[in-house]
Design a protein around this ligand. Structure first.
Ligand code: COA
Length: 342
């Protein structure tokens, strides 16, 4: 699916950003003490040196509220008409987590819903928020992507445990014009359910419910067929990214930074090579936070804004790939934004 996000005067424009990562830092050395792996393997094969994990009792909503509050401050306050929360790890199966987040932010009463697209969650959430604005349902939307992904991981699985981290990133979107900095460009979104088996948490849903006996086959945990996911990821992200550029009327040479979902430093390098881009165009924070799934792009945008590697006026290509399978891409010119502590 491809499309604009409304007419020229109905664009969703980013006007605030914030993020929050948990306090607890988990180093590669800590993981090596309990898994059959090595610090060298993790750094060489993923580019990850450390990640942040929630403490027991800390949940997705806790991160989402902190990131959301920072984004609201960054936007200078003002009315919010809807809250969209992209997450793979809602606080519970029912109800959605967004209404609780809206209430805790003092926004109770507004439309609030969760979006589930695993690592593509931010781009699907952006499309949902932009759609609310284009349809005249909202003037301003708080869009948060938050994950307590560590709660899905098998503590004995060396193929997933080192890769994922927890975090939340949020943006405020307002109605504006297509030619303004911050205006979300044409969006490319896709899925391939024939390959859903590549990334799964099988137990705990309607097909394989529990409570009941705790599964002894590990099916309550996140599973990923890494090598095949790697291949699909590079292929889908390069195709989606190329299409988004074409819809925006941009050339590759127009792109100052590619802000890609941080799956693996080698995925980013392979994507740069496939697109014919220099490695230094790829924004990165995977070494310090790991793969934070849906939260990856907004956390990276906020951190890169803070450290100056993404600046106002930079032309950005955003690209993501995740379970489903799902993928997405869009373009935008980065606006000037204030940053506030979460
Ligand atoms: N330490 C040591 N060895 C490990 C290991 C670890 N932490 N994890 C896997 N291995 C081993 C495997 O068991 C395998 O051993 P074998 O050859 O004896 O079977 C070997 O390393 C190679 O495994 P493979 O899965 O091919 O490794 P890889 O280089 O592809 O790296 C991932 C694994 C998961 C890091 C990588 O495939 C990846 O990042 N995939 C893409 C993820 C992605 O894009 N996700 C997006 C959506 S979430």
């Amino acid at each position: 699916m491809t499309g604009g996000t409304g007419g020229a005067a109905d664009r969703a424009v980013i006007c605030g950003i914030g993020y929050r990562v948990p306090d607890r830092i988990v180093t590669n050395a800590e993981l090596c003490a309990r898994l059959d792996t090595s610090e060298d393997w993790i750094v060489a094969r993923t580019g990850i040196s450390r990640r942040r994990w929630v403490e027991p009792g800390e949940a997705t909503s806790d991160l989402a509220v902190r990131a959301g509050r920072a984004a609201l401050k960054s936007a200078g306050g003002g009315q919010i008409d809807a809250v969209v929360l992209a997450t793979t790890t809602p606080d519970q199966r029912c109800p959605a987590t967004a209404p609780e987040v809206a209430s805790r932010l003092g926004l109770g009463g507004v439309a609030a819903l969760d979006v589930s697209a695993v690592c593509t969650g931010f781009l699907y959430g952006l499309a949902t928020a932009a759609g609310f604005i284009a349809a005249g349902l909202a003037e301003r939307v708080l869009m948060i992507a938050a994950e307590a992904f560590s709660t899905l991981l098998d503590p004995d699985d060396r193929t997933t445990l080192p890769i994922f981290g927890d975090g939340a990133g949020a943006v405020v979107l307002r109605r504006g014009r297509a030619d303004e900095p911050g205006a979300v460009g044409p969006l490319v979104l896709g899925s391939d359910g024939d390959r859903s088996e590549l990334i799964t948490v099988k137990a705990g849903g309607a097909r394989q419910p529990f409570p009941g006996p705790i599964p002894d086959d590990g099916s309550q945990y996140f599973k990923m067929r890494g090598r095949e996911v790697f291949r699909q990821s590079v292929e889908r992200m390069s195709a989606a990214g190329t299409e988004a550029l074409s819809l925006a009327g941009w050339q590759l040479g127009d792109v100052d930074r590619v802000v890609t979902h941080q799956a693996n430093a080698r995925v980013s390098a392979a994507l740069a090579e496939r697109l014919g881009l220099r490695r230094d165009v790829m924004a990165q924070n995977i070494a310090d936070v790991g793969n934070t799934a849906a939260a990856s792009i907004p956390v990276l945008l906020a951190q890169a804004t803070a450290d100056g590697s993404v600046e106002a006026g930079h032309r950005l290509l955003l690209v993501a790939f995740g379970g489903g399978l799902t993928w997405g891409a869009t373009t935008l010119t980065w606006p000037h934004l204030e940053l506030h502590d979460a």
